[in-house]
Design a protein around this ligand. Structure first.
Ligand code: ZN
Length: 441
């Protein structure tokens, strides 16, 4: 009996120890989960003031960002930093204590999201973009500390989604904004390091071969972080097969659409000199057949893969000037616009990136210029607005909290004069901008 009971005691103690160990390992696993859990966050989340008032914006035409018909004579009720109600004016109960903003004759939209913003050594640029309606930006290639000065200044900033320097191979096209990787271990380490420092996306540059892109994508995917690329001399379909979420610049598809022998000539020229592409890309693009079969199969591939495309037409725009009539450049640029529209119409997920400082936009208005260029390319203004709002939110993986005017989402809103569905240049008539429930303009 005594023997048995000792045995039982040992068994019971063993079971208890086992349970405790199991519990500990569960808690460890839980901890590990939470520190490794994907978290796409703006680096300046803690620096953005949250609203603490009740605000009713009334009599306004609402374009909610999700597409569909705009709602006229609408009302949006903001409570703190959140959207509490959206509907027609008579359907929303406005609490007595709410501050009422009569916005009759104006249009209310979600804050604009910019997938391709650069500081461009221009002081105050993020803040200027915010005042012009861009409430979230992603910089696809800058050291996170490059934003220190803007973050420490007095001006309010948009939500800053940063990537850290883009990954490139020697010799880098932009050494100042690049981090060089030479093999798979350096790639894994660079991706992990940047994510641990707050990167909410990773960008790879054109010297990275598909094999290293695959390693970057696999590493980032484990952390729930998307990867985007500037390709140009890496074949786009191979790079996308390697796992990319998005592609920056419509020019990233030139190589894919060019006969192989000619494409290889371009690739070798750029590999020997980064500057070759400045005019070389227009030569390549002026020769493309945008109505050809290759474009159809590219479009089908991109739709199947669900790849996001940020065309950034702005930095490539070309117009005839006095003493400068470069027909090759003009034809090349027109083909970039034509391809962008064809891909969009085929159902490719189009998003908007401004490139922030471009020749044909005044300082602070590159985003609006990009919207106009997309419309000039043949894309419907309603689709350009989707690309600017909810589609970009999906690209960033923040669509659960931003990108549309819906109950339960964060109140990043813009109020403008005119109807951008009729005339996209109305996007320049920004009257007020709300960030996180606070009017900043
Ligand atoms: Zn760029």
């Amino acid at each position: 009996m005594a023997y048995l009971s000792v045995k039982n005691v040992i068994r019971v103690v063993g079971v208890i120890i086992g349970m405790v160990l199991a519990l500990c390992s569960c808690r460890d696993a839980g901890k590990q989960m939470s520190s490794d859990t994907p978290k796409i966050s703006e680096v300046n989340a803690a620096e953005i003031t949250a609203g603490n008032r009740l605000i009713a914006i009334t009599g306004v035409t609402i374009i909610d960002g999700n597409g569909g018909q705009p709602l006229s004579d609408g009302c949006v009720l903001v409570n703190g930093n959140m959207i509490e109600a959206v509907g027609s004016l008579h359907s929303v109960a406005i609490p007595e204590e709410a501050e009422v903003v009569d916005a009759s004759g104006m249009t209310l939209m979600p804050g604009l999201i910019d997938a391709h913003f650069h500081l461009d050594r221009t002081k105050g640029l993020p803040s200027l973009f915010l005042r012009n309606g861009v409430t979230s930006v992603r910089d696809p290639g800058a050291w996170i500390e490059a934003y220190k000065e803007e973050r420490e200044g007095d001006r309010p900033n948009p939500r800053l989604f940063l990537c850290g320097p883009h990954l490139d191979m020697p010799p880098p096209a932009y050494p100042y904004d690049a981090y060089i990787v030479r093999d798979s271990i350096e790639t894994v380490n660079a991706v992990n390091k940047q994510i641990s420092e707050g990167a909410s996306a990773i960008k790879v540059y054109f010297r990275m071969p598909p094999d290293l892109i695959r390693i970057a994508c696999n590493t980032a995917r484990e952390k729930g972080v998307p990867v985007t690329a500037h390709l140009e001399i890496t074949e786009a379909m191979e790079a996308i097969e390697a796992g990319l979420d998005g592609v920056e610049h419509i020019t990233s598809f030139g190589l894919t659409l060019t006969p192989r022998r000619q494409a290889e000539k371009y690739r070798q020229s750029v590999l020997s000199s980064n500057d070759f592409r400045r005019h070389g890309r227009y030569e390549l693009w002026s020769a493309l057949d945008i109505d050809g079969k290759e474009v159809d199969s590219l479009a089908r591939f991109l739709v199947r893969k669900g790849t996001f495309i940020s065309p950034t037409l702005g930095p490539f725009e070309y117009r005839f000037k006095d003493g400068d009539h470069d027909t090759t450049r003009l034809k090349g640029f027109n083909n970039m616009k034509a391809l962008t529209a064809r891909l969009q119409k085929a159902g490719v997920r189009m998003v908007l990136g401004s490139h922030s400082m471009i020749e044909y936009a005044e300082e602070g208005w590159a985003y609006q210029r990009e919207m106009e260029l997309l419309v000039e390319s043949g894309i419907d203004p309603a689709d350009v607005i989707i690309a600017s709002t909810i589609q970009n939110a999906r690209y960033f993986r923040i669509e659960d909290r931003l990108g549309s005017i819906e109950k339960g989402k964060i109140a990043d809103l813009i109020l403008l004069k005119g109807d951008p569905l009729k005339d996209i240049s109305a996007m320049r008539n920004i009257e007020r901008v709300m960030l996180n429930g606070v009017w900043i303009r």
